[in-house]
Design a protein around this ligand. Structure first.
Ligand code: ZN
Length: 503
């Protein structure tokens, strides 16, 4: 058994910056493995390492077997690609998804990978796909699990790390079963299968269900790979769900098509008047110049631009994790496309689960960027602090004071009064908890939107439901111009104890 050599250096929510140690060097995650077609190398792995900081590349063991046969086994995959850095091999699962079948047995592909010795190898799984019926989906999960168990017995090269894929497609209970079972086996990392069709169709809400279900049941200390994902516009969302590795040939497939990636979406070179990017290729060329160069050269230039954008976004995400602003970064990216926004909104269903992984304090301030921010772990936590173990101090008067008032009103009996501030979007915040992160450190629009008001009103009515009985009097300092009738509404069950003081 190979030790799982994955060290988590920083975290923010479920996102993490990690170090994956392989026999051919360390890999910083999250990262993308550019897929190299061994029979048609557009950019060499060495050039990618130099130019973009690529550390890990992927190639396909099934295609190597078909093109080079046992010849490649002699020189190994590192010799075949002339690259001495870390390499992962895929097994032909993707070819099954696209073409229905492959001409190789699962045993053969395990033995072949043991022989060509990549740093990370993959068993021959059966991708579920999104068209599968439930019966077929269950079958793909079952066969993949049987092959995963068989591969553990067959493996003979102790240096290799092995990737165990999760299948199940759109059927959450099957994804859960697949993740739970494969997580018990001796694998060093896991891949989440079948996202490609969801990504191609912009079905990000379904993607969120797939990834979050798998992550709930996979061992969290093993790196998670999202098969076939390669567009920088969705990296932030995927990393926030705990994905560490991506692989894709999109950089070159898009380039062949004249498609130009950005972190916000895709353009076609034909439609660009300006190149919206800071990379050297875009700084040195105009769209017209790119359109005029011969096709082969243009593919290379566009592929290089696509990789610059990809790795630039990955570095931005890593930095966001280090400073604790991944949530803000995800919201920015998900506002680039309505379907990504759907994905972000779907993620709200998993907010209690996500909250468990969020660090209790972060180097940067919490920034409220819009209605989706109320689902961030910091807000969920400020609500949950008032459940269960919270005990209000033994004081007879409760004063409810909305945030952003001009000045603090004079209290008649301050020593007998428990002050609770109403802070959007965090809700009811007892004075003694005000210094806990992020309450001492946040940025929020003072022009309240409906979600900020709703979040505070809901939190306040829950607070009063739970603790209202502790107090003899409840004073609500109301600022109706800002809050409308929402705060008075939230206090309606307090009854005669309530005194409303207009600010
Ligand atoms: Zn560029």
């Amino acid at each position: 058994m190979v030790d799982t050599i994955f060290q988590i250096l920083y975290r923010d929510g479920m996102g993490r910056v990690g170090k994956l140690s392989t026999p051919h060097g360390d890999v910083t995650t999250p990262t993308l493995m550019p897929v190299i077609d061994p029979s048609d190398v557009i950019l060499s792995p060495n050039q990618m390492r130099r130019e973009f900081g690529v550390e890990l590349v992927m190639t396909n063991a099934y295609l190597m077997l078909r093109h080079f046969g046992e010849e490649a086994a002699k020189q190994g995959v590192h010799g075949a690609l002339s690259y001495d850095g870390p390499i992962m091999t895929d097994s032909g699962g993707y070819q099954i998804l696209r073409y229905g079948d492959v001409e190789v047995s699962p045993e053969e592909i395990v033995r072949y990978q043991d022989a060509i010795a990549p740093d990370i190898a993959t068993i021959l799984d059966i991708p579920t796909g999104v068209q599968a019926t439930k019966e077929r989906a269950a079958e793909t999960v079952q066969i993949t699990l049987e092959r995963a168990k068989q591969a553990v017995e067959l493996r003979s090269n102790p240096k290799l790390m092995w990737c165990g894929p999760v299948q199940g497609g759109l059927f959450s209970e099957l994804v859960a079963q697949s993740a739970r079972e494969i997580g018990k086996l001796d694998y060093q990392l896991h891949a989440i299968g079948s996202p490609v069709e969801l990504l191609e169709g912009y079905r990000y809400a379904k993607l969120v269900d797939l990834v979050m279900t798998a992550k709930k049941y996979l061992p969290l200390d093993r790196p998670t790979h999202l098969f076939g994902a390669g567009h920088p516009m969705m990296f932030a969302l995927a990393v926030a769900m705990g994905c560490d590795l991506f692989d894709s040939a999109a950089y070159v497939l898009y380039a062949r098509d004249g498609r130009y990636m950005t972190s916000e979406g895709t353009f076609h070179l034909e439609e660009l008047s300006y190149l919206p990017c800071e990379c050297p290729i875009c700084a040195e060329h105009s769209p017209d110049e790119l359109r005029r160069v011969p096709q082969d050269e243009r593919v290379k230039l566009l592929a290089r631009h696509n990789l610059h954008v990809t790795f630039g976004e990955l570095r931005r995400i890593r930095q966001a994790i280090v400073e604790g602003s991944l949530g803000e970064h995800v919201e920015l990216r998900c506002r680039a496309h309505p379907r990504l926004l759907e994905g972000l909104r779907r993620l709200a269903r998993y907010r209690d689960f996500l909250e468990r992984f969020d660090p209790v304090t972060k180097p940067s301030a919490f920034c409220y960027l819009g209605e989706e921010s109320v689902n961030r772990p910091e807000v969920v936590r400020s609500w949950s602090r008032l459940n269960g173990r919270y005990e209000p101090p033994q004081l007879p008067i409760l004063a409810l004071l909305p945030a952003f008032g001009k000045e603090r009103p004079k209290l008649e009996e301050p020593e007998r009064t428990h002050l609770v501030r109403l802070i959007p979007p965090f809700g009811a915040v007892p004075e003694e908890l005000e210094e806990i992160y992020p309450l001492g450190q946040f940025q929020v629009s003072r022009e309240l939107d409906t979600m900020q008001i709703k979040s505070v009103a809901e939190s306040l009515s829950r607070f009063l439901e739970r603790y209202g009985g502790h107090y003899e009097r409840v004073l609500l300092f109301n600022d109706e111009r800002r809050w409308g009738k929402s705060l008075v509404e939230a206090c309606k069950d307090v009854g005669k104890k309530l005194e409303v003081i207009q600010l």
